[in-house]
Design a protein around this ligand. Structure first.
Ligand SMILES: *Cc1c(COP(=O)(O)O)cnc(C)c1O
Length: 388
């Protein structure tokens, strides 16, 4: 018997946070009150009207059986209504919408539907690690597309080698972006569509943070771009919009062939989303969006407090227009790892080193706005004390 792990696991990039996790656990054990700005999980609860709908739906025995693979017709219709209202995009709930057990699940499975061993996918760096892992699990090769500050952390399409673009079957994008907090406009998405059409690849856009934006800004859907549905699929999640990370519900929308192929993979892997959770999802999408407005206000207040503090202590960061992240530059004399260790050991503050999202993230750390204002004020106070 051999317990040697499959090459697909061995090929994953090293987990850079292991040593950091150990240091953090050690600090906590020593009694240090660690402020964690490393957490990509909203600290606020799911709005009560959504919880109430789950409670009622959980009592209904019709919901105790296996759900359909694609999701309740009513859930897919609610998604289509929401897309129409929010983005002005029309979707056929029958063929262009598919329920997911969280968008991470759909993103990870999607490459299995289209990539063969030997194929390649264009994967942004820094980026959400699932694009890379999903590509590797399909036996394909990730080709890194660097996101750089000079381009506003948008991929420089013209700089992608012609061979790589021609060989790629798939491009991953994510705006508003984790970890850089960058945003993309419809005009950029239209350039991507033209580029994808010219090179015959699929575009998979991850829109998990589309509803978390500030100062009245409303991020675009990739599907708002002309021709996008001909080449693309968009992954969406209720996790961040409605503080529902634990519930595991999201959805994919886009070209019927892309949706059907993802569905074929999923039919062989999972058995759908608990119907009571889908009913709660309908309550979220169809209900009063005041809770989302309130959440935006909360993150915006935290953002403003943290950004002002960072300026005072001499750390540089762009003011994010969306997402709940601040992507801060490391000061001279530091690397991402060195700044992270300094903050953890000397100030009891946990941040995420940028290089953990790919080598192109070196020189930055990510701070999540998922702690309350008192903790942010305390963060700034501690940074002021330790200095850089
Ligand atoms: C949080 C997050 C998701 C959402 O994951 P779910 O599986 O829907 O909870 C997707 N993409 C990115 C970039 C994220 O940060």
């Amino acid at each position: 018997m051999t317990m040697e792990r499959a090459r697909r696991l061995q090929q994953l990039p090293p987990y850079l946070f292991a040593e950091l996790d150990r240091l953090k656990a050690e600090q906590v054990r020593k009694g240090v009150d660690v402020i964690s700005l490393g957490i990509s999980d909203p600290d606020l609860p799911t709005p009560p009207h959504i919880v109430e709908r789950l409670k009622a739906a959980a009592e209904d025995a019709a919901n105790h059986r296996y759900p359909s693979y694609e999701g309740l017709r009513e859930f897919r219709e609610a998604v289509a209504r929401w897309y129409r209202q929010r983005f002005g995009v029309d979707l056929d709930p029958e063929t262009e919408v598919f329920a997911l057990i969280g968008s991470k699940e759909g993103i990870a499975h999607f490459p299995l539907a289209f990539l063969n061993p030997g194929d390649s996918a264009l994967v942004p760096s820094p980026g959400y690690p699932v694009y890379h892992a999903g590509t590797v699990f399909a036996g394909a090769t990730p080709h890194t597309v660097p996101l750089r500050p000079a381009q506003g952390f948008l991929p420089d399409l013209g700089a992608i080698p012609e061979v790589a673009a021609r060989q790629a079957k798939l491009l991953f994008l994510n705006y508003p972006n984790n970890p850089t907090a960058a945003v993309a406009e419809v005009a950029f998405f239209e350039q991507v569509v033209a580029y994808a059409q010219a090179h015959h690849f699929i575009v998979a856009h991850d829109a998990a943070y589309s509803e978390i934006a500030f100062d009245g800004y409303r991020p675009a859907s990739f599907l708002q771009a002309r021709g996008a549905k001909e080449v693309g699929i968009e992954f969406h999640s209720l996790s961040k919009t409605y503080n529902m990370t634990g519930w595991r519900v999201g959805f994919a929308v886009g070209h019927p062939e892309l949706i059907a192929a993802l569905g074929q993979v999923k039919t062989n892997v999972d058995s759908g989303v608990f119907q009571a959770v889908q009913e709660a999802g309908i309550a979220a999408l169809d209900g009063d969006q005041g809770c989302v407005e309130e959440m935006r206000r909360t993150y915006q207040e935290r953002r403003d407090l943290l950004l002002q503090g960072l300026r005072e202590v001499g750390l540089k960061a762009e003011v994010p227009r969306a997402s709940f992240y601040v992507w801060a530059e490391v000061p001279p004399g530091y690397t991402s790892a060195k700044l992270t260790t300094h903050l953890l050991l000397n100030a009891g503050i946990a941040v995420t080193p940028g290089n953990g999202f790919g080598p192109e993230g070196e020189g930055f750390v990510r701070m999540a706005l998922t702690v309350d204002r008192a903790r942010i004020a305390e963060t700034v106070e501690r940074m002021r004390k330790v200095g850089f």
